[in-house]
Ligand binder design. Structure first.
Ligand code: CTP
Length: 410
């Protein structure tokens, strides 16, 4: 998986290049995409490499060019990774052959499998001889693709290979870049330009070098919030106790920071909160910690005496020093009197929104993939979100957050 590079927040373009003479122009197109600040992953068909070497694309791309569907050293399943992480796929030049295979839904090489494995917008830029361009089969295939939402930038008239003249020349790189920018900007989500800080998972308080006190939080709800916020255009910092156990689909806009204890979490949150427009405390934080024994506690020393010390109430500390317009969201894990307890926490923690769940009810709370919550806003709003996947709950929470942001919160 590509690591977090300084440009990892840049929109990601998969540049697909197929086997036509205009493949040489894709080199210039790649350079212009990079100059415009995009992260570009070149994907070449085998025939494209007959016209221009993959090395040229590797040298100019944000990562090495890929050709093979299997056996990729960078990513084990390249087509799904590329497809899912792309903000835009541009195929330039697109041959009549590629267009036919795409229209039929064939997925037998890396580029055709990548377009199939993606929900990103796709821009196809055909280039071919006039006779081929005018074939009803080509035009019908393009009509099929257009009907399915694929965008087509038509070729221009001019010189073609072999000294011919006519329609079929690949659109100029400047025109392709301008259209790509337009498409990318049109796909900005409701949290675009916002920075969201999410904590997820449970704290672990050391009792001795071997033992910890922890809780049942799995981190799923926090991950779902990070994921959906990133998909909706936010830049996300995810502070998590389970960086290895859970996977994120949308890594490109998420910086992951690990924590272990309540004190670690407090330090990270207090340091980072100022840089974020939204803070969501989805982590389950221990209310007490201990002075950990320096050596392992032994049975023969008898039943140990543990002296708990209270931890910092992180979300209250963050609310107390929040900047204007910053939206603060807390969770409330309860086993009884959900609404009453949640109302009290909303006031006590001085947050904009509290998301309360009854952790004793099946299908809600800890260590399950669904949740059922009550959302109470400082503005008096009350919303009951019935049981659904945590990702769908995250979407409801973030819609509310986006509306609070647009109102300037508190
Ligand atoms: N929280 C926090 N710091 C703590 C404890 C909790 O920031 N030391 C946050 C949690 O992340 C959550 C909210 O406060 O967003 C409520 O957590 P919860 O455990 O439900 O409430 P507590 O404040 O711990 O109160 P109690 O345990 O008495 O119900």
């Amino acid at each position: 998986m590509p690591s977090a590079t300084p440009e990892s927040h840049a929109p990601r373009i998969v540049l697909g290049v197929t086997g036509g003479i205009a493949a040489y122009k894709a080199v210039e197109l790649l350079r212009q995409f990079r100059d415009a600040g995009y992260f570009v992953s070149p994907v070449l068909t085998r025939d494209a490499t007959r016209f221009v070497g993959a090395l040229t694309f590797s040298a100019l791309g944000s990562e090495p060019a890929r050709v093979a569907l299997y056996g990729d050293a960078l990513t084990p399943i390249p087509h799904t990774f590329l497809g899912q992480h792309a903000d835009l796929i541009v195929v330039a030049p697109a041959t009549a052959h590629f267009i036919a295979r795409y229209a039929m839904g064939l997925a037998d090489d890396l580029l055709s499998a990548t377009v199939m494995a993606s929900r990103a917008p796709v821009l196809v830029c055909p280039a071919m001889h006039t006779e081929m361009w005018e074939q009803p089969s080509v035009q019908e295939n393009l009509a099929t693709l257009r009907r399915r939402g694929v965008m087509v930038l038509e070729p221009e008239a001019g010189h073609l290979a072999g000294g011919d003249q006519g329609v079929g020349r690949l659109a100029e790189p400047e025109a392709i870049v301008a259209l790509a920018r337009h498409i990318l900007e049109g796909y900005r989500g409701i949290l675009s330009g916002r920075r969201v800080l999410v904590s997820a998972g449970g704290t672990r308080e050391a009792l001795d070098p071997v033992r910890v006190m922890t809780n049942r939080s799995s981190g799923h709800q926090g991950y779902a919030l990070a994921e959906v916020a990133a998909r909706w255009g936010a830049r996300v910092t995810l502070v998590t106790s389970s960086p290895r156990e859970l996977a994120l689909d949308v890594r490109r806009r998420v910086d992951v920071v690990a924590f272990e204890s309540a004190a670690d979490l407090a330090a990270v949150m207090l340091e980072r909160a100022d840089d974020h427009d939204v803070v969501v405390m989805a982590a389950a934080v221990a209310d007490f910690t201990f002075d950990a024994a320096p050596e392992k506690m032994k049975k023969e020393d008898g039943v140990p005496t543990l002296t708990p010390r209270p931890t910092t109430d992180i979300v209250s500390a963050l609310s107390a020093r929040r900047r204007r317009g910053q939206v603060m969201v807390a969770f409330a894990a309860e086993t009884r009197d959900l609404e009453e307890q949640a109302r009290a926490k909303l006031r006590r923690k001085d947050v904009d929104l509290i998301v309360a769940n009854d952790v004793s009810s099946p299908g809600a709370g800890f260590a399950v993939t669904t949740n059922e919550v009550l959302m109470l806003g400082r503005d008096g709003s009350v919303a009951r979100i019935s049981r659904r996947p945590k990702e769908a709950v995250a979407a409801e929470i973030l819609i509310k957050v986006a509306s609070l942001l647009s109102q300037g919160a508190s």
